[in-house]
Ligand binder design. Structure first.
Ligand code: AMP
Length: 282
């Protein structure tokens, strides 16, 4: 497995792969790898000649009061896990390598961002879209893998790929969960013991919503109320949002039909957890 930190070196290697007609599967991450990330790598491994993993804590997608400095950085362990999971090339650039100075050119996203996490994380998806534009141009993947844990991110990247005609096939991967249902996340370590015990109620509330829909409930408000009640009754977390929207357009919907997302964000003492499910209503 190659570990590359310099973009010119990366481009040289990618050019060689392209000349050899090798297909490239790309998994962009911020590191601190867990089984969620490894699942994306495994999916890429199944379908690609070459699997490229990027590890880059992107300063542009963190707000001023977010955890950029504190974000876990575990490069040595990450590269070991990457190698064990079948990655061919890790690209782990410094911030300087990607942004020479304050960025003069950025991607501005105006669709699919004024709801869910985009509402409270102003500019976050501009940062995501900008770094991915850079990384896509460096790595030139045939396929790029993203977790449905961050379903709004998948929706935004779907728009980005279409808008800028990137010849990349976007592959969404199902959320990997702990045995008790909690979605795996690098931020779960910030939960206190009590909060960790309460956290599975987030997924439980989503399962309840699914049950209601399967039993024929179509009223958005009724379902949102049920979900909120479970979270409020079973956790000390503060609900940031519980929303039901169309997916992937993320438009408001009152009477559910078609593909919808039920998405929640809950603030605990030191961690803000998100989770979601998507459902196809026929
Ligand atoms: P991050 O390092 O947090 O930017 O995540 C990198 C990629 O891993 C993103 O596409 C995430 O959606 C994905 N990911 C994070 N957690 C999970 C999970 N529990 N299951 C599936 N994918 C995940």
């Amino acid at each position: 497995m190659k570990v590359i930190k310099i973009k010119d070196d990366l481009q040289q290697v990618i050019t060689t792969y392209k000349k050899e007609n090798k297909s490239i599967g790309f998994v962009p991450t911020m590191g601190a790898l867990h089984e969620g990330h490894l699942q994306l790598i495994k999916e890429a491994r199944k379908e690609s000649d070459i699997v490229v993993l990027s590890i880059f804590v992107n300063p542009l997608q963190f707000g001023p009061n977010e955890d950029f400095e504190a974000y876990p950085r575990t490069l040595e362990r990450d590269t070991e896990l990457a190698e064990l999971t079948g990655v061919d090339l890790v690209f782990a650039p410094s911030a300087k390598e990607i942004y020479e100075g304050p960025p003069a050119y950025t991607v501005k996203v105006t669709e699919r961002v004024n709801v869910l996490c985009g509402k409270s994380r102003q500019g976050h998806f501009d940062g995501v879209a900008t770094v991915l534009t850079k990384l896509f141009n460096l790595v030139r993947p045939d396929r790029a893998y993203f977790g449905m844990k961050d379903a709004q991110q998948v929706a935004v990247i779907d728009g980005l790929v279409k808008e800028f005609f990137f010849p990349i096939h976007l592959i969404p991967v199902d959320t990997v969960r702990e045995e008790d249902g909690l979605a795996k996340s690098s931020r779960n370590v910030y939960l206190t013991d009590i909060e960790r015990k309460q956290a599975p109620s987030l997924f439980k509330s989503l399962q309840k919503a699914k049950e209601l829909i399967e039993a024929g409930e179509r009223n958005r408000e009724t379902i949102v109320e049920k979900v909120k009640n479970i979270i409020q009754d079973e956790t000390d977390g503060v609900i940031d949002y519980v929303e039901i929207l169309t997916y992937p357009d993320l438009k408001e919907i009152d009477v559910l039909h078609g593909k919808v997302i039920i998405a929640i964000a809950v603030k605990f003492t030191k961690a803000r957890l998100i989770d979601n499910i998507t459902i196809d209503i026929i």
